[in-house]
Design a protein around this ligand. Sequence first.
Ligand SMILES: NC(=O)c1ccc[n+]([C@@H]2O[C@H](COP(=O)([O-])OP(=O)(O)OC[C@H]3O[C@@H](n4cnc5c(N)ncnc54)[C@H](O)[C@@H]3O)[C@@H](O)[C@H]2O)c1
Length: 307
Amino acid sequence: MENKQILITGGAGFIGSHLTDHLLEANNDVTIVDNCSNGRTEWVPDGATFVEQDLTAPDALEGVLTSDIDQVFHLAASKAVNTDSPRDQFEANTQMTYNVLETMTDVGVSNLAYTSTSTVYGEAPRPTPEDYAPLEPISVYGASKLADEGLCSTYAHSHDLTVRTFRFANIVGSRLRGAVIPDFIEKLQENPETLTILGNGRQEKSYMHIDDCIDAMLTVIERADGPLATYNLGTRTTTSVTRIADIVSDEMELQPDYEYTGGDRGWTGDVPKMRLSIEKLDALGWGPTHESDVAVREATRELLTTV
Ligand SMILES: NC(=O)c1ccc[n+]([C@@H]2O[C@H](COP(=O)([O-])OP(=O)(O)OC[C@H]3O[C@@H](n4cnc5c(N)ncnc54)[C@H](O)[C@@H]3O)[C@@H](O)[C@H]2O)c1
């Protein structure tokens, strides 16, 4: 994607700020809309236009999402699976998506990339393909993203939008917050002797490096067909939570004792085992350059050396 006018919601967050870096390098013009509830102004790359705005307001994108925009990336969301405010999360996520879709239709902008999640599958057989059914999320977060996917489908089929929906595995890299790797780093910085691990440590998920995630998204946008296309973005392998603890400890040159809180999952709504089929992505000629363990190690190094 080069020399385009791009709008990114949630661009001050983890994935959005990396995406912005990449798109600016390819000579695109990038506008970010974010309320910094989880993002940071210092992560907004130089060269991007930053609009501080709460996207739950119906007119939030007025004068910002204009007819000259070639591509919208809608990333803004409340993403905690174990939120204390599920009603607020559900309302905010669906309102934001509705507002983005409505404004795009009003001003005549037709290309949307929507960032969904593996949690829409719930506890499905693995590897899980995109056409797996029934979709039975087990968290309000997953339910809100599935509702958003439904809205995206509606606007693709009835309002002439072209939508690319990405169901992400766990994406990791610098600036990641509120996830297992930064959590272990913080805990070990506070107490290098003992690490408390939520669950039994045998949770097994796929971890994808942020550079692969962005490359895969842009490949799908370039190569996929039809008004609506949904792609899993992940790796072929998984990493257990205990293995992540080993990798983080190793990178921090520590040998802590592990204490497990017990049970097969970290918290209510956590899907303990997740691996997505990436055959559809493979058919576009794209594959990840980092498998799960390597992505976890790389991200740990990046989190330890960058802000
Ligand atoms: N990181 C992952 O592993 C992962 C996995 C699956 C799906 N996703 C999805 O990818 C997207 C980006 O995730 P991320 O990890 O970068 O999260 P993030 O929290 O770092 O980024 C989301 C951004 O949205 C902004 N935002 C939230 N509510 C807003 C509001 N009301 N108005 C304006 N801005 C608002 C936040 O301030 C934040 O900067 C999200 O939609 C998330 O659901 C992420």
